[in-house]
Design a protein around this ligand. Structure first.
Ligand code: GLU
Length: 281
């Protein structure tokens, strides 16, 4: 049976782009008699707010959507992410990184240029060169660190012939090199978007991952993580992004386009669907 999900972060009001993503996932499930699930991506405890979570339920109900309870909240599942991290640690594909954002920028400036991935400049690998003693000393000193994936080692283990399929974009061979050594956890948060999304999609039994095209490059990495963690492999369907008249992507700070504002202005759920259909793709 087909299982889809909508996975918003409760860090702001939902806008038309979210409405599109939610309706897209729910429609996929409905068309094939499948299940539609919801997930709160609330690992960022400083930006996630209960009022935003409540507003998400309100907006989605208003749009006419229904989902299964209980909703999976990432903040309830840190133990699952720790287990996944342990597994990756046992494969020796993680390393602690002590660099601040500033230090990374400086290092890149010194090197003259750095490959620019879909999520910004690729990490130059500074902390991969630290010896074991230095790493342990810094951890013992209580320094902040993130755990990064050693992509070279990960790819050796995962194999270079990993496939994944997108129903709109076709078949791919997993090649996450454009992302580099991504952060998979931080000292105080045992996960990051990339780790949580693969663990959660597996835990929720998602068979079709639908989301915006901006995340297509990340799927290469997710396929590798699934392989390393021995998780089932879903199919993907990345959809177009909703933009404003000038072609700019909608952002959470564009309050004028939040669903709650549109509702106050008298929009109906039917109007939302109509307008989404009319927007350029
Ligand atoms: N929380 C992510 C977002 O809002 C969801 C990404 C995904 O569906 O994998 O973009």
């Amino acid at each position: 049976m087909l299982v889809t999900r909508f996975a918003p972060s409760p860090t702001g009001w939902l806008h038309l782009g979210h409405a599109f993503a939610a309706l897209f996932a729910a429609d996929e499930a409905r068309r094939s008699g499948g299940r539609f699930l919801l997930r709160m991506e609330d690992i960022d405890s400083t930006r996630s707010k209960p009022e935003y979570e409540a507003a998400i339920y309100e907006d989605l109900h208003w749009l006419g959507l229904q989902w299964e309870e209980p909703v999976r909240k990432q903040s309830d599942h840190f133990a699952d992410y720790r287990t996944a991290l342990k597994k990756l640690e046992s494969l020796d594909v993680l390393y602690p990184c002590f660099c601040t954002r500033r230090e990374i920028q400086d290092e890149i400036a010194r090197a003259g240029q750095a490959p620019h991935g879909p999520e910004g400049p690729v990490y130059p690998g500074t902390c991969k060169k630290l010896g074991r003693n230095e790493t342990e000393t810094r951890i013992a000193e209580g320094r902040d660190y993130a755990l990064r994936l050693d992509l070279t080692k990960a790819m050796v283990l995962a194999g270079c012939n990993l496939h994944w399929e997108d129903l709109s974009h076709g078949k791919f061979i997993a090649d996450p090199s454009a992302l580099g050594d991504v952060v998979l956890a931080r000292k105080d948060t045992p996960t990051s978007y990339h780790l949580a999304v693969v663990v959660d999609d597996a835990a929720q039994g998602i068979t079709l991952v639908t989301r915006g095209e901006d995340l297509l490059p990340a799927t290469h990495l997710h396929r590798v993580l699934q392989q390393l963690l021995g998780l089932p492999v879903p199919i993907w369907k990345h959809h177009r992004l909703i933009t404003d008249e000038t072609g700019k992507r909608l952002a959470k700070r564009d309050d004028a386009r939040s669903l709650r504002t549109l509702r106050e202005l008298g929009w109906t759920p039917e109007r939302v669907r109509d307008e989404l259909g009319k927007l350029p793709s």
